[in-house]
Design a protein around this ligand. Structure first.
Ligand code: MBD
Ligand code: FE
Length: 282
């Protein structure tokens, strides 16, 4: 039987690459030659400067080529780019927002998860492991007016650090769901707390991290995309105070106001937290 702990880098990489290619097919950006010229020139010249500084040998140059080929064969370009590059793109794209703070999307978002209104429990296994967790809040405009019909599109890893549709043996929509806010703009999402995420170490991204002597961990996190008609969609992540790797995320995607401070649940067991989102106008 195939279970999530049998996940491989190439398996999750293949799914992440297919998911990404589908997204691009459905809305890729047009080529602007002036932008390509300016960005490619600067990117290549920054790389040339690195070579002049570190003077790699031909053996090292060949190791780079072999490694890049392997990243592609493992389907790990989405993983590698989102871990090491996306945080700067996100920072610059969202620099002028006044509302909710963003963070990187990462490689494991899938659109069209099951939807519920106001309050619901994410799809999960009957015996889903992990601390029960209530994530609740209000979606507003920048003036604090509640937004009815806003969407909180939510996804996370399970208590073993695996994402449904990117590791074997998990129900299709496990720990993925979309909550539509009610008239008062509030949402209540019942879930479990995720575990920290380890970059797979049997693929090219893991080999790169190991070769550099870095650690392969992201802190436990919740992913979401919050949107409403006439407002800018925000993609973000939330972390847990005191959690392992919060101060040392391999993807450098933690910001101080994305760290949650959960309290004991007011009803039932587990923990809860309230976190509000103010959306910038479109
Ligand atoms: C993740 O779960 C993630 O969120 C990111 C950004 C990269 C790799 C794995
Ligand atoms: Fe993630």
């Amino acid at each position: 039987m195939s279970t999530e702990t049998a996940a491989t880098a190439a398996g999750s990489g293949r799914s992440a690459t297919e998911t990404f290619q589908k997204k691009v097919r459905e809305g890729g950006a047009a080529v602007d030659h002036a932008r390509v010229d300016a960005i490619a020139k600067d990117a290549l010249s920054a790389l040339h400067d690195v070579i002049r500084k570190h003077k790699p040998s031909y053996a090292e140059y060949d190791a780079l080529k072999a490694w890049m080929i392997q990243v592609g064969e493992d389907g790990e370009w989405p993983l590698f780019l989102d871990v090491f590059i996306e945080h700067v793109v996100e920072d610059t794209v969202n620099a002028d927002r006044k509302g909710a703070t963003g963070s990187i999307e990462g490689p494991y978002y899938v659109p069209d998860a099951p939807e519920f209104t106001s309050e619901g429990t994410l799809p999960m296994r009957e015996d889903e492991a992990g601390t029960p967790f209530l994530f609740q809040g209000t979606v507003t405009d920048l003036d604090g007016n509640p937004l009815e019909g806003a969407l909180v599109d939510f996804w996370q890893a399970d208590d073993a650090g695996f994402y449904s549709q990117f590791a074997p043996g998990l129900p299709e929509w496990n720990l993925r769901g979309v909550c539509r806010t009610g008239a008062d703009g509030t949402f209540k999402i019942h879930t479990i707390k995720p575990a920290p995420y380890m970059i797979p170490h049997d693929g090219a991204t893991g080999a790169f991290i190991e070769a550099a002597g870095w650690h392969p961990w992201r802190p436990a996190h919740l992913h979401l995309k919050v949107s409403a008609p006439g407002k800018q969609l925000i993609t973000s992540q939330l972390y847990f105070e005191g959690g392992e790797y919060v101060a040392d995320d391999v993807a450098q995607a933690v910001k101080p106001n994305l760290v949650l401070h959960p309290t004991p649940a007011e009803s039932g067991s587990g923990e809860q937290v309230t976190y509000d989102f103010a959306l910038d106008p479109a």
